[in-house]
Every structure is written in C-alpha cells, then in structure tokens.
Design a protein around this ligand. Structure first.
Ligand SMILES: NC(=O)c1ccc[n+]([C@@H]2O[C@H](COP(=O)([O-])OP(=O)(O)OC[C@H]3O[C@@H](n4cnc5c(N)ncnc54)[C@H](OP(=O)(O)O)[C@@H]3O)[C@@H](O)[C@H]2O)c1
Length: 264
C-alpha cells in the first residue's frame, strides 16, 4: 500500500517513535494529524514536517480524557478529514514491583495505554468503515508478549491491546479494516525516563539496556516498511527480540531468565 495523499493520525507524536514515524509518513506523502499531551512538542514535529514540504494538523489530546478524545475525533471528522490510518504511540511505562505498586498507578497506566487507545479507536472506527478502508496500529511491546519484572501494569496494558485489536480485526476485516501490532524491543526514546515509580514520580533516567537499543529513526524505518506490507505484527528492535523465540519455544528458560532481572 501507499501513504501518498492519505490522512494519517498519529498519537504520541511529540516525541520518540510517534514523532519519527510521523516524519516518515509525511515523507511518504501522507497528510498528518498529530496528537499528544505535549502541545509544544507537537508544534515542533509539525514544523519539521512542514520544513520537508509536508502538511500537518495539530490536535493536542490527553489520552486519559475520554470525553476530549471523542469530541476531538468528532470535530476532526466533521471538518472533513478522511482518516485513512490511526497510529497510536502515546504511552507510559513503569518501574515498580507488584507488591509495592499502589492500585492508582495500575489504573493510570491502563488509562493511557489501554483505555485511551480503545476510546480513540472507537471514535474513528465507524468513520473508517463508512470510508471502506482503514489501517489501525496499536503499539505493544516485548512485554506485551510475556510478563516482566517491574512492569506488571505496563505489561498488562500491552497484553490487553492484543486482545482488543485481535477481536476488532476479526469483526471488521470484512470492511477492509487492517490492524498491525507493533512489538518494540529496546528503542532509544524517553519512555523509561517518564516511567512511573511506586511513588507516582518519574523514573527520570534512560535505562542502560534501552540506551543500547536501536534509534527511534531506525525504528520508524522498520515500522513504515511493515505498515506498507500491512503486516499483522511488526517486530522493532535488535537482538533482544530473541526473547520472543525463547518465551515461545523454551518457556522454562524464559522463566529462569525473568527471575534474574536486576532492579532498575
Ligand atoms: N522505547 C522503547 O524501548 C519501547 C519499547 C516497547 C514499547 N514502547 C512503546 O512505544 C510507544 C511510544 O513510546 P516511545 O518509546 O516513543 O516513548 P516517548 O518518546 O516517551 O513517547 C511517548 C509519547 O506519549 C505521550 N504521552 C504520555 N502520556 C500521554 C497522555 N496521557 N496523553 C497523550 N500523550 C501522552 C508522551 O508525552 P510526554 O512527552 O508529555 O510524556 C510522549 O510524547 C509507547 O506506547 C511505548 O509503550 C516503547
């Protein structure tokens, strides 16, 4: 498939993979709708897109605000945008043990990573069905495929996305709705800096493992290639992706390794 002339809505577009994928989609000829809670960051992404001759519209959204999500989508559609693709990157991570994590943190992570995604998808899906086509993208994680220490809520939110999107595509592939799930491993972005600690504060640093990951630019290249092929699942990372095979074919080895992860 080609993005040329299509309108693509990207969340989390102020930084990291949401930003680099937006820039690449624009280079492919797409018109962008950019969302994030960081309005200043969105202006910068839009400026960079316009510098390369692309076109972008900014729609700041807090993904925990369900009413705002539906109101924004309604307005965007009423104003005549024909949304071809919805690429959802907005998310927050976690650095705390199950036993010490207050339930409020679990809820907050689910609100952003799961309910926010579900709300925006529901707000746009009927429009896509009416248009006769649509590409939906959910951003999971390696830990959306298996559990991992210090990520209980984060891992749960990403697992939940798989159930949601898999059901959605089973119901809607007859309307030409395609779904791709992104499975990033380690990508050098701000995700670990803003991860929630047990006290609700930010982790504030990039973990060494993540710092050794691929760049957000390289991730975008892999993602766009996978999206053009409309792959059901797009793996985005380096050698850490081996864990997916270990989990699948050698589950006991995976459990052994998982219990030896050091606190971070
Ligand atoms: N980087 C990795 O290694 C990795 C691995 C697996 C999965 N992922 C997933 O990839 C996606 C993109 O993350 P990234 O790595 O590119 O990190 P990132 O640079 O931190 O991007 C995440 C974006 O989401 C925005 N966001 C957070 N909470 C929001 C909310 N309530 N409403 C609206 N926007 C919100 C952030 O805005 P602020 O800047 O204002 O916080 C930020 O711009 C996430 O879903 C993440 O879980 C990343």
């Amino acid at each position: 498939m080609k993005f040329d002339g299509k309108t693509c809505w990207v969340t989390g577009a102020a930084s990291g993979m949401g930003k680099t994928v937006s820039l690449r989609l624009a280079l492919e000829g797409a018109r962008l709708i950019l969302s994030d809670r960081d309005a200043e960051g969105l202006k910068e992404t839009a400026r960079e897109i316009e510098q390369t001759g692309g076109s972008a519209r900014i729609e700041p959204i807090d993904m925990t605000d369900t009413e705002a999500i539906f109101a924004t989508a309604r307005r965007v559609i009423e104003e005549g945008e024909i949304i071809y693709g919805l690429y959802q990157f907005a998310g927050i991570s976690q650095r705390s043990l199950v036993a010490e994590t207050p339930i409020e943190n679990d809820r907050k992570i689910m609100e952003v990573n799961f309910f926010g995604v579900v709300a925006l998808t529901k707000a746009v899906l009927p429009h896509m069905i009416e248009n006769g086509e649509g590409q939906l993208v959910g951003t999971s994680s390696l830990v959306g495929k298996f559990g991992f220490p210090y990520r209980s809520a984060y891992s749960s939110s990403k697992h939940a996305l798989h159930g949601f999107f898999e059901s959605l595509v089973a119901e809607n592939s007859k309307y030409n709705i395609r779904v791709s799930m992104l499975i990033p491993g380690r990508v050098q972005t701000n995700i670990s800096k803003f991860a929630l600690k047990k006290d609700g504060k930010e982790h504030g640093q990039m973990d060494p493992g993540q710092a050794s990951g691929i760049t957000a630019e390289k991730a975008a290249k892999i993602i766009i290639r996978g999206l053009k092929k409309e792959k059901r699942e797009i793996w985005v990372g380096g050698k850490e992706m081996l864990m997916l095979h270990i989990r699948r074919f050698f589950p006991r080895l995976y459990f052994y390794l998982a219990t030896r992860i050091k606190p971070m």
